[in-house]
Ligand binder design. Structure first.
Ligand code: HEC
Length: 130
């Protein structure tokens, strides 16, 4: 009787192990670096819509230099820079020159800080969008 009890307990134990094994595998699959399509994120879409609504595209293109630098180049230049959103959103509102050449970006005093940050966040995502 005791033996029977032990083997039942063993079978139950093994079944439990089997169970947890398969959930571990599922967890691993979920944790695997899934390739996120940044172009589908709300941040990307909101910033892109604001850029289209403002005058940005008269001087900027995504992948080629126009009057101003290509947004892709801006994205690569400031990759990993903690202060990029604060610095670039201020620059969009204040305008200025000297970083990419002697041509100046016109100030955008009518653009709110929040909108400038949203546009900059979109620009910074471009390096991951290919
Ligand atoms: C009149 C043309 C013009 C317009 C309009 C314009 N830009 Fe620019 N932009 C430039 C130029 C020129 C530069 C390079 C400035 C420099 O070298 O410091 C630039 C630089 C930038 C940079 C990089 C700044 C840096 O210091 O690295 C960002 C980000 C940017 N523009 C975003 C925008 C956004 C967003 C808009 C729309 C709200 C916009 N630009 C509209 C001409 C323009």
């Amino acid at each position: 009787m005791k033996k029977y009890f032990i083997s039942v307990a063993l079978v139950a134990f093994m079944a439990a192990c089997g169970g947890s094994d398969s959930t571990e595998k599922k967890d691993e699959a979920a944790a695997a670096p899934a390739k996120v399509d940044v172009t589908q994120t709300p941040e990307y879409k909101a910033g892109l819509a604001l850029i289209a609504k403002n005058d940005c595209l008269t001087c900027h293109k995504t992948a080629e230099k126009l009057v101003g630098p290509a947004y892709l180049d801006v994205s690569n230049k400031y990759a990993g820079v903690d202060t990029a959103v604060a610095y670039l959103s201020h620059k969009v509102i204040a305008g200025g020159s000297g970083v990419w050449g002697s041509l100046a970006m016109t100030p955008h005093a009518a653009v709110s800080q929040a909108d400038a940050e949203a546009m900059v966040k979109y620009i910074l995502l471009l390096k991951d969008a290919q």
